[in-house]
Design a binder for this molecule. Structure first.
Ligand SMILES: Cc1cc2nc3c(=O)[nH]c(=O)nc-3n(C[C@H](O)[C@H](O)[C@H](O)COP(=O)(O)OP(=O)(O)OC[C@H]3O[C@@H](n4cnc5c(N)ncnc54)[C@H](O)[C@@H]3O)c2cc1C
Length: 412
């Protein structure tokens, strides 16, 4: 049974202080929880015969490596590792957990959101990624379901999360609890298994399958870092090279965002001119402006989000964040009915991979047991997509692909 060593960093195992304390207790239930994978409680409670039918892996406990004392490293033994719990990874993880798979989900963020994050600055909440989403077809139906659950609301022809955009990702996760604040630094394919490693090279999890739901440049970096730990057999190495080459087709444009608090008087003037979707195109470096406190379910605290145009963001990609905040505030004073004395505070955030402008057609490799997900996955270069809708659909497709891997597996 794998469980954390005494003195191991609790954050690496996604454990809070209380959980870390529980790790020292010898109760069986606690150890099972600490192995970190998740199952649908309903699936766990099914009769034994059903549960076996859902059990996709024959090898529950895989020795990953030995530590200095010759003992096994603390890591999670799962069927599937999901890296990235944005809308794509969250959607895939929930479906896989619901199907009874043991899933270990890692996200480097502090909580749900990814590029649908809601960030607090001085007690005010800002949607500093996507402002509002356009939706059609099945994604629209999913958002209507989220609306029923109180996690989404319509705003003109668009949708927003309630009370923040990150509520959409929380809704997508359902009962799944990713291990937040954990950065996967390398993904190694060895011996027919995927091993997720942290920055120190320590194994975080080992599994037969992988859902990689992060922007392609970051995905390539993790796979290449995994090769430095040993790339398994030559066939796998060639397939991984081809996968990275395909991922290299994708491209995202960056966006600099600025989060402003403005006075109540300025917010009131902006509200009068705000467009229905909470965003609008203005001149200069600014692409969109959102009066966040005018969205449903938000506190009225004068929150304004500015998004710079992508060409401006590319030109200023490596600028200092404070300098960018100053430039965007100046642009907003030029373009909007506010003056400098009404801007209470401003911080800038750079989204290096904000919006996909070129997709990657490849959606995975069954021999490698990797499924790709994310807004850049599964579409032709130049096709043009609603990014968040594509992220959500790619999560559905990744989960469907993973389930085929285990469908024919002999039951143990
Ligand atoms: C400024 C901005 C404006 C946007 N506007 C719109 C819009 O108007 N309409 C629209 O449809 N879409 C818009 N989008 C895009 C939309 O937000 C994304 O398409 C969608 O959220 C992507 O979801 P995802 O799951 O593919 O990726 P992400 O949300 O990026 O999720 C990836 C997750 O992986 C995690 N991660 C990354 N690397 C690691 C690692 N090494 N280890 C562990 N975790 C890791 C991240 O923390 C993140 O949570 C916008 C995005 C931005 C930034």
């Amino acid at each position: 049974m794998d469980h954390p060593r005494r003195g191991a960093d609790p954050r690496r195992h996604g454990l809070l202080e209380g959980d870390a304390a529980r790790a020292l207790l010898p109760r069986r239930q606690d150890h099972r929880d600490l192995r970190g994978h998740q199952r649908n409680p309903a699936a766990r409670d099914r009769p034994q015969r059903d549960r076996r039918a859902l059990k996709p892996s024959r090898h529950r406990h895989v020795p990953v490596s030995a530590n200095a004392n010759g003992g096994p490293e603390a890591s999670v033994d799962a069927d599937v590792i999901v890296v990235g719990a944005g809308l794509a990874g969250a959607t895939a993880a929930r479906l896989l957990v619901a199907a009874g798979h043991a899933v270990a989900v890692f996200d480097k963020g502090r909580g749900p959101g990814g590029r649908l994050s809601t960030r607090r600055v001085d007690d005010a909440a800002f949607d500093h990624g996507a402002i509002a989403l356009q939706a059609q077809g099945d994604f629209s139906e999913w958002l209507a379901e989220a609306e029923q659950a109180g996690a989404a609301a319509r705003m003109g022809t668009a949708w927003v999360g309630v009370p923040g955009m990150n509520a959409l990702v929380q809704h997508a996760l359902g009962p799944v609890r990713p291990r937040w604040g954990i950065t996967v630094a390398a993904l190694q394919r060895a011996g027919g298994r995927w091993i997720a490693r942290d920055r120190e090279g320590q194994p975080l999890a080992v599994a037969t399958g992988l859902v990689l739901a992060i922007p392609p440049p970051q995905a390539i970096a993790l796979i290449e870092a995994g090769r430095s730990h040993g790339s398994g057999d030559a066939t796998a190495a060639v397939a991984l090279g081809a996968l990275c080459a395909a991922l290299g087709d994708a491209q995202h444009d960056p966006v600099w965002a600025a989060l402003l608090r403005v006075s109540a008087a300025a917010a009131a003037r902006l509200r009068i001119g705000a467009s229905g979707a909470g965003g609008g195109v203005v001149d200069g470096p600014l692409q969109r402006v959102s009066l966040d406190d005018a969205k449903p379910g938000r506190a009225d605290a004068g929150q304004v989000v500015l998004h710079a145009r992508s060409d401006w963001s590319i030109a200023h990609l490596d600028d200092d964040a404070e300098a960018v905040a100053d430039r965007l505030v100046a642009a907003s004073i030029d373009a909007l009915p506010i003056n400098a004395s009404e801007v209470v505070s401003a911080v800038a955030h750079r989204w290096r991979y904000a919006l996909p402008v070129r997709g990657c057609r490849l959606t995975g490799d069954d021999a490698l047991r990797i499924a790709l997900a994310g807004d850049a996955i599964g579409w032709e270069a130049g096709a043009g997509v609603h990014a968040a809708a594509q992220a959500w659909r790619s999560g559905l497709e990744a989960a469907a692909r993973v389930r085929t891997w285990y469908a024919d597996q002999p039951k143990s």
